[in-house]
Ligand binder design. Sequence first.
Ligand SMILES: [Zn+2]
Length: 240
Amino acid sequence: MLDIVAVPAFSDNYLWLVHDEASGETAVVDPGDATPVLAAAEKRGWSISQVWNTHWHPDHTGGNIVLKDATGARISGPAGENIPGRDVALSEGDEIRLGAHVGRVIEVPGHTLGHIALIFDEDRVAFVGDTLFAMGCGRLFEGSPDQMYGSLQRLTALPPETQLYCAHEYTLSNARFAAHAYAGEAAISERLAEVEQRRANGERTVPTSVARELATNPFVLAPNVEEFARLRRDKDSFRS
Ligand SMILES: [Zn+2]
């Protein structure tokens, strides 16, 4: 089993520490800042041997070099992007390993053009960066609506119980937008109420699951790319 720990950073990022007890190996996904990651690993007696990046944005890669200098970690990231300190360039179909756990790389362009996700099929775990968020999706900084819509469809084609580890706590604002876009949809208003409660208690709302996103994510529910593009534009200007 993979032991996955959320390390909060900046205002709303989650840097994910991933530990395999059997091999003693530890990876960190998208370390925008090295300091909290090193502290969280040390607290558990874990030493970081790998860094996995989903895309180039500094809040996902800013800690790469410090981590590499401090731990000697090997850095794997998307082949199509500029990744500080990268040792291994990842493309569609490539494998990553943590002990005996095998992950595969899929390309999910949209937020950035080279964005990748890491899928551990047997563990039913996926690290999705800034592509899919709980009840939302990443902004289209580089890619087209068509690309992002396709990327979301790929992620939500994974088995329904798959846990999706996204990189930000955006769920409350996403849920408010979803309730506005799909007024009267019971599953969405129920989830909004749950998210409000959890955030009021200072709890995390991620990871999410494929099943929950299929039921309540407006961008996944969009029946076609035109509707997806309209929703994405509306969300960009929505103030909850
Ligand atoms: Zn980003």
